[in-house]
Design a protein around this ligand. Sequence first.
Ligand code: PMP
Ligand code: GLU
Length: 397
Amino acid sequence: MPPTISRIVQALEPSATIAMATKAKELKAAGHAVYDLSLGEPDFITPPHIRQAAREAMNAGHTHYTAVGGIPELKQAVVDQYRATHGLDYAPNQVVVSNGAKHALHNAFTALLDPGDEVIIPAPYWVSYAELVKLTGAVPAIVQTRQEDDFKLSVDRLRAAVTDKTKILLLCSPSNPTGSMYSRDELGALADAAIERNLLVVADEIYERLVYEGHSFASFATVRPGLQDRVILVNGVSKTYAMTGWRIGWTLSPVNVAKAINGLQSQETSCPSSISQHAAIAALQGPQECVDEMLAEFTRRRAFVMKRIAEIPGLSCAEMAGAFYAFINISEHLGRNYNGKRIDDSTTWCLELLEKQNVATVMGSAFGAEGYARISFATSMENLEAAFEQIEEFVGQ
Ligand code: PMP
Ligand code: GLU
């Protein structure tokens, strides 16, 4: 008899983004030409000055455990960045550096949630939120939003979803998977409702620097006075500096929450990678032109992706204000035959697109929105051009 897996882990959905990327990699390894639009990670290598800082850190002997929540210089660099960019005053003891923003989210949920508590998660949502909530025994309360509302949660829908058990509202802006972003006023209205109903807000702002012209980002903690007392900001270096593999993210939270997260992390992982922490300091404090250059390239790709989606009959997407995803409405192409095979849902559509046309995307159902497919355009223009040829051929059948 194989060992029994715990109930809580049995109930966990594995990450669909990572599952599709793994499938794509396997097909590639088997010799197929795969156009991989599945995983949201910049295709660029980490900028040279950041890599150099890591080399120097190793050579200087920074190869030991560090303070649990990160070395003081990195915490200070995070604090300085929030003061300079958003005018927010945080103290270093409110920062906990973790092994990526995903881990930071896990820490925040684990530190705050008891079994039975509810977390409001607007859908479409990033694949990991609901699962990380479930790991704590708490309950994700999914609230649908609509493409015609730019996939934004309205105050009315928020109010209607709050129960006596609601503890946290989760917001991701700019959004993975839709690229939509709340304005300062919209966040202000949500903040008022959160204050009125005494909710904590976990604000995932990992795409804050990847915002396109004509749109401006507001950090949730800045939209009303005193919000820092009820907000847990989640951020990191993975997306902004093309550092997904270094695994550095953080939370900024009220002191008692930071203390709890620190205690948790001391038992979980001891500390984030010492070398990566030094690289993250270089990222935050070094020249920022690399971010502008990457954003310029994402801007070019976004324009191409929006043009191609508009050109292909039956596909549509809301305009992306930030991040590097397009959440494509494929509903007109569901419920019909593809070479004699009927496709009714986004999972079958995405798997068939991968199998028949070698294009890897992620099914909308994994983000809580049937009738959609997510593509990441954090990949080369050549890859995107070829992938859209394939998508056009696929839906043209
Ligand atoms: N939040 C969002 C919205 C994301 O898309 C990601 C993607 N990885 C993360 C958090 C986690 O980032 P990290 O790689 O730093 O764990
Ligand atoms: N966040 C990225 C994505 O959504 C990376 C994979 C993951 O962590 O889910 O594709």
